[in-house]
Structures are given as C-alpha cells and as structure tokens.
Design a protein around this ligand. Structure first.
Ligand code: ATP
Length: 428
C-alpha cells in the first residue's frame, strides 16, 4: 500500500515529515516498509504553504490495509494543527492491486502539482473517479500534495532524486532554542561536500540546515546518497535526537522549472528557465533588492529580481549591463522573476573614455590643463578630447547561483551540476 499525506503542520509547530517518520516506525506493526519514505516538494509559489510545500509518501507491504488507514487517520487527528486556518490535512491510500493502473495518471498529477496550480476539486474529482481511498479534514487541500506524493512513489524512476537525513528533536525541547555545535556542521560539510550541500553557507558563515521555527526538525542534511547524508549527520554534535529518517526527495532537482519559449507565455505562480538579453541596467531599490529587465527575441520584457536575502549574489547581478545574454531560472510572482540561477552566455561590450594615444609614440597623452585638450609631452602632438574605448568587464561568462541561505528547496545546486564547458561560480 502507498500512503500519501500532506498539510498537517502550521507555523506554530508540527511538520508533515515528522508524522511520516513516526508512521515509518509505527506501521511496522502492520507490515514492512518496501522503500525509503518520500519527501516531495511541490510548486514553491503556492500561497497555502506553511514553509516549503512538502508532502510525504510511505510504501508498506501489508495484509491489513483497513488497520493501516485507521492508524494513519487517528495519528493525523491527534497531531495535525487543525486549529490553524491554513492546515487542511489530506491522506490518500493506494492498494497494491491498483499500482499499475494509477501509475501514469498520478505521474502527470505529480508533474502538475510541482509545476502548476491545482484546484482542490481536481484532486477530489480524480480520487472519486479512480476509486482511491482517502481521508480529508477541513477543506481537504492536503489531498493535492498527498496524491502527488503517491504519484512520486509509484514512479521512482521517472524523476531525478536526492536524499535528506532529517533529525527530530525530543518533544520537551520543541519551541526552545536549538542546542547545536555550529562548528560540527562546518566540519560535516568539509568532509562530505559536494556529496552533500546546503549544510552551511560558507560565504555568509551561516549554518543553513537548522530551522529556526517551532517545528520538531533539529537539522536536515541533503545529499546525493543515503550513505553520504548519514555520514554527514553522524558528524553533527547537538542536543539529543528523538528520531531520524532518511527521505528520498525531489529537492535540488529543478523539477519545478518549465522551459519558457518566450516572455508572453510566462504566468505568475510558475517557475521557468528563460533565455533573454538584459534590457535595462540593474537598479537597487528600497530594501536592498536588485531589479533589472530582460527582453526576449520577440521584444517582450520582464522584471527580474535578486532580492535582499540573496545577499552577495546581488553584487554579481549589479554588474550586468544592457546587451548581456543570459539564461535565468526562477519563480514568477507579481510579474517578477525571482532569480535562483543565472547563466551568462555572452557579455556585451562596455564602453568608457580614455585619454587619446599619441600617433607618434603610441603612449597615452596627458591633460594639457583645464579646457586645453591633451598633449604628448615627448612628441608634442595634441588632441582635443577623450576618445571612446572598450572598458574591461568585471564579470565572466559562466553559471552563478544564489547562496545556500537563499536557496529554494527544489533549485538544483551547482554542486550537483555535471556540466562541461561552463564555468561555475562561486567555485569551491
Ligand atoms: P512543511 O513543508 O513545512 O511541512 P508546507 O509548506 O508543506 O509545510 P502545507 O501545510 O503542506 O505546507 O501546505 C501546502 C498546501 O498546498 C497543501 O494543502 C497542498 O496540498 C497544497 N498544494 C501543494 N501543491 C499545490 C499546487 N500545485 N496547487 C495547489 N495546491 C497545492
């Protein structure tokens, strides 16, 4: 049986992955787990999300499906933060006999939930049309994520994956400051990067894998394999852990990106890979956000932003000039593309002015005094004004990303890129 669950948490506590980790242990009473638990990240622009728009799925070999459904339902009732308006839990149960017939339809549902906006009615309609068992609470919006997570579990070979070791706090510590040895995270990163990533942010000297909210997560180490995330987690020194789980995930895969052929097809609440030319120089606006315009081949334009939380990434963005050719990845909200990565494919020539060169000796002339033009002292040659020259660009073609502290869960870190012939910045 595949069990998909979503929308059990609120900003004040809980986390659907924690419920997943509890069930991973508790459901052993009814059978055996057949795969690693799944943590899927869905459309990052969805306003209903609490934090990272995550849903989970478990795969259990069992002869007691009714008992499993009853157990999962009662745990959701006990643990979900029902008092929160935004918490609308949903759980979906797929019987083994239906795996084949539901595989493709739920794969396309997963794709839609990651890249597009899904109505609750669409999920409910699919559930009744396909005869899927489900439980929903309040408006049942969690059914969307629960169905999508089942789609991911049914099709593990159809999507790129990474892994996350999630360590959970003891209940008595929930809500208090997390007691962690920061240096141990830097050491874990030193020993396992690039097999693991986003444990720390070296440039900003931050530990980024420890949340600050009241949820039960102590830390989460992301990486390329279960062995690597476990190796890094074993190096962490921190308060005692209640339990931990390694999830298979679609984090760090760019699964949310749609190819945008042109700007006119771009819609809010979707994420894209867009090719274009810088058409207006970057401006820093109130709050420290850096905005510039990009134009496509048809002449349409879109505003692109490196917001303040992207920190040092904005230094790079400010160096762009009109005419630079770029490929951007990012999500669009309120008509602005929020940049996750930028590939600079060609730099526009930048012109400045310099003192003219002496036609005799080839050296730069010196000013002959205010309003008196320029003169070569050695040869006596003269010129009236400065001349246009090509200025050096303090920027290299290559691919650049926001720092780990500003990374979207789904954005593929450059540590995972195996691209050739493209320089990657910042390099480590
Ligand atoms: P956390 O990740 O911290 O556990 P969360 O950020 O996952 O919390 P949820 O509480 O799961 O937030 O809320 C997200 C809600 O949005 C869920 O009900 C989910 O079903 C729904 N949802 C997910 N993807 C889409 C989508 N593409 N279109 C519409 N609704 C969606």
């Amino acid at each position: 049986m595949i069990i998909g669950i979503d929308d059990t948490d609120s900003n004040e506590g809980m986390c659907t992955t924690y419920l997943g980790a509890l069930l991973l242990e508790e459901l052993q009473e009814y059978g055996t787990m057949e795969a690693l638990p799944l943590l899927v990240r869905l459309n990052p622009t969805i306003p209903y999300k609490t934090r990272g728009n995550a849903a989970v799925a478990l795969k259990l070999k069992t002869d007691w499906p009714e008992k499993v459904i009853a157990h999962v339902t009662s745990r959701i009732e006990e643990l979900a933060r029902m008092e929160c308006e935004k918490t609308n839990p949903g759980a979906v149960f797929i019987q083994e006999k239906d795996y084949e017939s539901l595989k493709l339809v739920l794969l396309s549902f997963l794709e839609k939930a990651v890249k597009d906006v899904v109505e609750i009615e669409t999920a409910k309609h699919l559930i009744s049309e396909l005869g899927i068992s489900s439980k929903s609470f309040k408006n049942g919006r969690g059914l969307i994520g629960a169905l999508a997570a089942c789609g991911a579990m049914l099709n593990p070979e159809k999507w790129d994956c990474t892994f996350e070791h999630l360590a959970y706090r003891r209940k008595e510590n929930w809500g208090s400051l997390r007691d962690v040895n920061k240096e141990s995270f830097f050491e874990a990163d030193r020993q396992t990067y690039p097999g693991t990533w986003d444990t720390v942010d070296l440039a900003n000297r931050l530990v980024v894998c420890v949340p600050h909210s009241a949820d039960p997560v102590l830390f989460g180490i992301r990486g390329e394999s279960p062995e690597l995330v476990d190796k890094a987690a074993a190096l962490i020194q921190a308060e005692p852990v209640e339990r931990s789980a390694v999830y298979r995930t679609n984090q760090g895969t760019d699964m949310h990106l749609l190819p945008a052929a042109c700007i006119s097809e771009i819609r809010d609440m979707h994420s894209y890979r867009l090719e274009g030319t810088v058409s207006a120089a970057p401006k820093t606006i109130e709050g420290g956000h850096v905005i510039f315009a990009v134009r496509d081949r048809k002449g349409d334009e879109i505003d692109c932003a490196a917001f303040e939380p992207t920190k040092n990434f904005r230094v790079l963005v400010r160096k762009l000039v009109p005419g630079d050719q770029i490929i951007l990845s990012g999500s669009v909200t309120s008509g602005t593309l929020n940049i996750e990565k930028i590939q600079i494919t060609a730099l526009a020539p930048l012109y400045g002015e310099e003192n003219p060169k002496c036609p005799e000796c080839g050296k730069h002339m010196k000013s002959a005094g205010q309003g008196q033009g320029f003169r070569c002292k050695k040869c006596g040659t003269q010129a009236l004004s400065k001349v246009r020259c090509e200025a050096e660009r303090d920027l290299e073609p290559g691919i650049y990303e926001v720092p780990p502290c500003a990374r979207r869960h789904l954005a593929k870190p450059l540590a995972r890129e195996r691209c050739q012939n493209i320089r990657i910045y910042p390099s480590r």
